[in-house]
Design a protein. Sequence first.
Length: 380
Amino acid sequence: MESLAAPNVSFEPILRKEMPELDTIRGLAILGVVIYHGLRFARDISVYPSPERQFLSIVTVGQFGVQLFFVLSGFLITGLLLDSRSRPDYYRGFYIRRALRILPLYLSILLILAVTRIASPGFLLISLLFCANMAQLFNITMSYGVLWSLGVEENFYLIWPTVVHRISTRRLMIVASGIVLVTPVLRLICHYHKDSAASPLFDCAYYTWNASDGLACGALLAMLVRKFRSARRPLLVTSCLFLLGGGIIAVCGLPFGIVTRMRPVGMALQSTPMNLGFTGLLGCFLLAGTGPWKGLVNSRVLRFLGYISYGLYLIHLLVFGGYDRLVARIAPGMNESLGLSGALWVRFFVASSAAVAISILSRKYFEDPFLRLKARLARR
């Protein structure tokens, strides 16, 4: 029985031209990242009162919004590649559309970083090559942290279209599964090396070969959805297996420091249950979004955040930093008068609201013209 509800309940196809539940996923991802960077990132929470300290510890999970973006990107981009395999403009179409989506705002951010001298010339150069995630290999300080994930994605998609185009879907599933299995091992090797060299453990997570398992998880789901076609039960079972696998790894990793990241094994494994869990979550969202439960995964607020997510991701750290510099210059005593907690929350609400406003303007007046051109090219 393929139906997961009463026979008279109608279901939409899993794959559709418009999938609003995916915008909800994007919204969840960017919300987590902004909350983490606004409230927790680079902050000593031991100085805060106990209830607030516990809350700030919890919002640390927001950093894994990047992993959710990776899984979603792997799902969407691999799906587009699979569906366009037979097109004569397979490569040209993919890279032109990718450039129209990524480059305009990305290059604008690099220009701002150069003019404001927030980033070093060396960092700007490797960022132009989409290699910000490899800054430490060249002994370059990562001047603007959010660019590392763009480096991982673009490095991956430099190679992945050729892999998708040249091998069968069955072999492609084997390759994606292999990436999911091998990447944590590569992270572990890197962490042991860094640990012995007395270098920061978290640096290993930035390298493309150590961060591709989330993209591969999404790619694997894209292939499975197409294999299942309209069958809902296999997708439900698969999604539950991903969730279960992530949960088992998370529990088994507790003795190895998977939460604290203070040991190489825990550090290497930490993103693995998140990647698996987010893949299962994405499958569940696809099922819910095509049935009578679509209201549960169709949040207007989250969809709106998903709509501006690319701009908000690139912009928000600039705005938080700008707020800090502005307060230090025009109201140096404001934070002391507000108190530790008051200054934290005022900074978060003012800066995040400004970042959202700028992202809206960016999407409407800067990004959308390029996206309309991208859509026209996709219809050819």
